[in-house]
Write a protein that binds this ligand. Sequence first.
Ligand code: PHE
Length: 464
Amino acid sequence: MEKRGYWKTRLGFYLAAIGSAVGLGNLWRFPYILSENGGGAFVVLYLLFALTVGLPLLVGELILGRTFRQGVVLSTESLQPIPIFGTRRWLSLKWVGRLSFLLSVVVLSYYAVISGWVLHFMTQFFFALFSPMTTSFDPSLDPLLTSGWMQMLLASVHILVTLVVVLKGVQDGIERWVGAMMPVFAVLLVSLVIKSLSLPSSGEALRFLFYPNFSQLSLSSFSHAIGHVLFTLSVGFGTMVTFGSYLKDSDAIASSGFRVTIVDTFLSLTAGLLIFPIALGAGSVELGATRTDPGLLFETLPRFLMSLPGGAFFGLAFFVCLYLSALGASLGLMEVIVSNALDWSKKKKWKVQRMEVVWTLGGLILLLSAIPAFSSVIFRASKNSKGFLEWLDAILINGCLPLVGLGLSLAISHGLSEMEKKRQFIDENKIETQALFPYWRWALKYFVPLVIIISLILQILNSI
Ligand code: PHE
């Protein structure tokens, strides 16, 4: 049976955590959620919740993982049950971990389908660049949305790539590969942002992003912002619990969590700077009455890129950048799923190897991805205005994820002793962690649950 892995270097951990956090959430979901919720005002909500809800939870997950050196399923099983008020019964916190695990499995199955779309556009632009015969290619999602098999094929290529990396374990798998991918991703992103900001629509895009007009927010914007913050920081899925379980005792958790949050948030805003000048240039977002859908990234944007001089080159660069981010995030999800399953089999004393677990779970996720792949065909045929993926995404990320986040904040606050939390949070070399500890504890115990509950109530009020 294999021994539990560790990050080789602290930088390796940062890159893997940032690679997991930065993904389709930043480049695909953030722009369309932002335009649905009115631009600048939503950016303010998003920044506020990233620091006050996302960061405390992220630090909490890292602490939970390092305390028990296990994934979210067994870590929450090890927490002290909490007394149920007014009765002599105790509430076990293991359901939180199980729900969190389930969420990663379901999310990876549709994340793989969208990553497959990215692969499709990447190859299309590649051929457009190298074969003059196809320069007239018109980027469209139609060939994919009308063929479930095609989507399955692309998703299986993506899942296979993830499995091959995760198979190698923590250090030689995710740490090494994401470490190599992130610099390429950063260079591509910066070059694309420079290109995008040189477009005439960039002034308007900057205003749209950074000029808050609070009358554009709706009651549901709060839960959309919280759901998105958790999704983009990979919190609520147990990812950071697993990543924390690979941290050394000497690594400072609070500052690690802070850095990951800041970099991911900065990259979301950078993604906005990349996408909005292009989207506005292509006329897909009207200021004031903003409405874009997930098709923005897969139709409007590639079409516009193709119309620019050197468009095939920029298109290819854009989709390679997008694919690297999707791969880093999928690796994070897959690592969590595999590591939880390995912990579980160790507990049950089953003699299984990482390889067997990786292939079995990969097969299961591929089977599950048939649901989003084929449903999009059915929804398309029935001319349903809201696509299946959009609908699934909204339920999972705006509803289920905040609920799991709520469960985790309560579980970590009440199930882990004060002494343990203090021991994990306070770092002797960083004196400020002593002063910050009570704020973090307060935020996780009271502020995070309260804000999530209020946002869910507002969401319900909005829909009745
Ligand atoms: N944070 C990733 C993104 O923004 C998604 C993700 C969620 C990755 C959970 C890993 C775990 O795309």
